[in-house]
Design a protein around this ligand. Structure first.
Ligand SMILES: [Zn+2]
Length: 319
């Protein structure tokens, strides 16, 4: 009995202090635009009770529900990859998305449906990039598909991305560790190692790549690649949500010690976790306010080379 009361008491203390910190975050976020560099674009799932009543068309329902999530969290721009069909639809329906194909897509993976061919039609992609109907390439799935990143089948895509300066999200961690082996029978975690990008970057030195899940297992390799190429940035999703803070926080500190903190960007990765990821950045109490605002917005604005006019528009969107 005593134990239960104690537990209740500690729960109360925790929840009231949590409330204060929530208020602090809300105050901090006022007029603060945020760029989310890691969204997964997918079909709508009819069994998802969060949004399956939002619209009779389940695909549209997901987009509309996501629109609310972006609105609520000051997201003014989001980089997202997925099946071509949905990448085009999402960017068309909400101009905040810079969308593009997951590369390569996996015909066995439900999240990638529809995936008619692993690589998108080159001519179509060229024209979509050229007229701005798509503006993204990623997330890469070399590890989950078991294909080496430097496989020459990808060369024309690197060439295209370099030509149009399309941002590329490279999955740079061994995880996720909960995986469906039926969907990914050829999984090879070694192909998420960003070192494997070096020969590609030698050939296409202006590729605008950012390394996803920086503080994960390949953090040293991430640093090595970022030091070689000024335009390579990174983000900190998933690892920061699932791994113990003692493991990943020193790696974020190391990034700053190495002088690369100005290349760290905000992302959410898992659907419905934008707020959670905002809190993870906010709760790094050794960061200055400016550094937090840089992670939420300014670093990505630099990476994406946004114009002054675009930056002004983004600030107006959250006034
Ligand atoms: Zn990933």
């Amino acid at each position: 009995m005593k134990k239960e009361i104690l537990l209740l008491a500690s729960f109360f203390v925790l929840s009231s202090s949590q409330l204060i910190s929530q208020n602090n975050i809300d105050e901090f976020l006022k007029n603060q635009p945020i760029i989310d560099v890691h969204v997964h674009i997918t079909k709508g799932y009819s069994d998802n009770e969060e949004y399956n009543k939002v619209n009779v068309d389940i695909d549209i329902a997901k987009i509309e529900w996501m629109r609310q999530r972006l609105d609520q969290n000051n997201i003014v721009l989001a980089l997202g990859g997925g099946p071509m069909k949905y990448a085009k639809l999402w960017q068309q329906m909400d101009k905040r998305y810079w969308a593009g194909p997951r590369i390569p897509c996996n015909p066995l993976r439900e999240q990638d449906e529809p995936c008619e061919s692993e690589l998108p039609n080159l001519k179509e992609l060229d024209s979509l990039y050229k007229n701005g109907r798509l503006k993204y390439l990623g997330e890469t799935s070399f590890n989950s598909m078991g294909i080496h990143p430097a496989d020459e089948r990808f060369n024309p895509y690197w060439e295209l991305a370099e030509k149009y300066q399309i941002p590329i999200g490279f999955h740079a961690d061994r995880g996720p560790f909960k995986r469906n082996m039926e969907e990914t029978p050829n999984w090879n975690e070694a192909y998420a190692n960003p070192i494997l990008l070096l020969p590609i970057l030698e050939k296409y030195p202006k590729l605008k790549i950012y390394l996803m899940h920086y503080p994960g297992s390949y953090f040293n390799e991430c640093i090595e690649v970022m030091k070689k190429y000024d335009q390579i940035y990174c983000e900190m999703t998933a690892v920061t949500m699932f791994a113990p803070k003692e493991r990943w926080e020193p790696r974020i500190k190391k990034l700053f010690e190495e002088g690369l903190g100005e290349r760290l960007m905000f992302g959410s990765d898992y659907v419905g976790t934008i707020r959670k990821n905002i809190e993870i950045v906010y709760n790094l109490d050794w960061l200055t306010e400016d550094q937090k605002r840089d992670i939420y917005y300014n670093n990505a604005a630099k990476f994406l080379e946004l114009s002054e006019a675009e930056i002004q528009t983004h600030h107006k969107m959250v006034e």
